[in-house]
Design a protein around this ligand. Structure first.
Ligand SMILES: *Cc1c(COP(=O)(O)O)cnc(C)c1O
Length: 374
């Protein structure tokens, strides 16, 4: 079988391209902020926080070091910790559960549903007298049915916190991911919807008291007037990164449109391939606006398909290294989640990023058709 030449290779994600396509502008931003000595908690960060909050329709947005810290800070600000059980979907990054773990609370994994996001029925079944919150992962650039989850939370008197690390710009019934719960976390890891040149994140809230606590928690416990309000972390978003993010945030709508366009190409090419289950949308009549942080398919003969694509120079990855959170023995979970476990034998992430040309998306699609129809 011919091995694809490097020129034809389609990597799962092209990290150098994220820098090279904007190299001059990025260097100008670094030069300009650097010459001002504007490194920590400066005006560029404040401006980005304002613009991000406005973009989301959130009352507050606070830059933090990364989304994992953001989740931990949100949980602590909500007073969640030892003795509390917090429900999350096991189909998420380990970071979601790690934030719960380090808050002192107990992470309780549950099944995802057909759209790969947390299953509201499974949430309902997992509630105990110790349950205090639902941590909803807005996975793959899709926002969960927050009306259903919100109704459960209200009825059972639970907080909702959102892991919106993958979902900046995604909406449900016109409202942005990260604005439904008491607080939400967004990631600026380079491969996320809005990436910076390293680690970065933000936490959002509509609640002034939660915001005040999160401000202190992310900066050594310091309140707005400088007094130490309690124990805190050092988890600030670097000012230079914020300046870069503010520059990129202006391109957000175009970036989302491009991702949705690629998803539409995939959907069109895979029409009639019963061996695959595709993500929902992009056309939708049920209120979801998906932004395709990932294109996560279910595939028959998944491993053989993956090998077939690899030989053709097409990079794919298994979500979370191939296991749901509760399946890692080192973490000590005892839950059995048959739906999620069976799903993880079939999940595959196809390339979906801003470096791809339409021709490359077509090449990926054609190769997959070839695999099933040869
Ligand atoms: C990326 C990601 C995180 C962690 O974000 P960091 O900014 O890298 O800490 C958490 N949850 C989900 C679902 C993610 O995709």
């Amino acid at each position: 079988m011919p091995v694809a030449s490097l020129a034809q290779a389609i990597p799962f994600f092209d990290y150098p391209a994220t820098f090279q396509t904007e190299e001059e502008d990025l260097l100008a931003i670094v030069r300009e902020t650097g010459r001002r000595g504007a490194f920590i908690l400066q005006k560029d960060l404040a401006r980005f926080e304002r613009n991000l909050a406005e973009y989301l329709g959130s009352r507050h947005a606070l830059g933090v070091a990364n989304a994992t810290d953001g989740l931990l800070i949100a949980l602590r600000a909500a007073g969640l910790g030892t003795g509390a059980e917090i429900i999350f979907s096991s189909h998420t990054m380990v970071a979601t559960a790690a934030a719960i773990h380090f808050s002192g609370a107990t992470p309780v994994p549950v099944e995802c549903a057909a759209d790969h996001l947390i299953d509201p029925d499974a949430v309902e079944e997992a509630v105990t007298p110790r349950t205090r919150a639902i941590l909803v992962s807005q996975l793959n650039g899709r926002t969960a049915d927050m009306e259903k989850l919100g109704a459960i939370a209200t009825r059972r008197e639970l907080f909702v916190i959102e892991d919106a690390a993958q979902a900046l710009g995604s909406k449900f019934r016109g409202r942005s991911a990260g604005t439904f719960g008491l607080a939400g976390a967004i990631s600026f890891y380079p491969a996320k919807m809005l990436g910076c040149l390293g680690d970065g994140g933000a936490v959002t809230t509509n609640d002034d008291l939660i915001q005040e606590r999160m401000v202190a928690l992310h900066d050594h416990g310091r309140g707005s007037s400088g007094e130490i309000a309690g124990w805190g972390l050092n988890s600030r978003l670097d000012n230079v990164q914020a300046a870069i993010l503010d520059y990129r945030l202006k391109k957000m709508d175009a970036m989302i449109q491009r991702r949705r366009h690629i998803a539409a190409i995939y959907r069109q090419y895979f029409k009639g391939l019963d061996e695959l289950v595709l993500p929902p949308g992009p056309e939708d009549t049920t209120g979801h606006f998906d932004v395709y942080q990932n294109y996560e398919i279910e595939a028959d003969r998944r491993d053989a398909l993956r090998d077939f694509l690899k030989i053709r120079g097409i990079g794919t990855i298994l979500p979370w290294g191939g296991k749901a959170v509760h399946q890692w023995p080192s973490l000590g979970f005892r839950a059995k989640l048959p739906f999620t476990e069976a799903l993880f034998d079939r999940l595959l992430l196809l390339p979906l990023n801003l470096s791809l040309t339409d021709d490359q998306v077509t090449a990926v699609s054609t190769a997959i058709r070839e695999f099933y129809r040869a």
